[in-house]
Design a protein around this ligand. Structure first.
Ligand code: 5GP
Ligand code: ZN
Length: 114
């Protein structure tokens, strides 16, 4: 997707602080962190949002969750706990139209979210 900022990050056209990378997935620090640990995990494949996930993408989505788990462990926040967030659409608060999962840690989260 030509105008997608996260595709550009995945293609290294825009720099990011990369935490983890493989053929399918990129994890990088959020540019506007809202927690001491704030990492975005994205598929390199452009998928707009949760509504656009198809059957064929399910192994990829499962892989992303495995990577989130591994990154949390590598960052040393697995035991103390963390939050995974996916915002979908306008009311969900999504601002970038390339599916991504926020890994948030190192501060106390509250429920319900705002
Ligand atoms: P959303 O609101 O769509 O769930 O989250 C988008 C996230 O992407 C925001 O937390 C925002 O700070 C982050 N973000 C937007 N543009 C960039 C960028 O160019 N680089 C990085 N690293 N993060 C970005
Ligand atoms: Zn994209």
């Amino acid at each position: 997707m030509a105008d997608c900022i996260f595709c550009k990050i995945a293609n290294k056209e825009i720099p990011a602080q990369v935490i983890y990378e493989d053929e399918q997935v990129l994890a990088f620090n959020d540019i506007n962190a809202v927690a001491p640990t704030h990492i975005l995990v994205i598929p390199k494949k452009h998928i707009s949002d949760m509504n656009s996930v198809e059957e064929i993408d399910l192994p990829l989505i499962g892989h992303i969750f495995k990577i989130i788990k591994n990154v949390a462990k590598e960052k040393g926040i697995d035991k103390e706990g963390y939050r995974i967030v996916n915002n979908c659409g306008e009311l969900g608060g999504q601002t970038v139209g390339h599916i991504h999962f926020h890994l948030l840690g190192q501060r106390q989260m509250k429920w319900p979210p705002g």
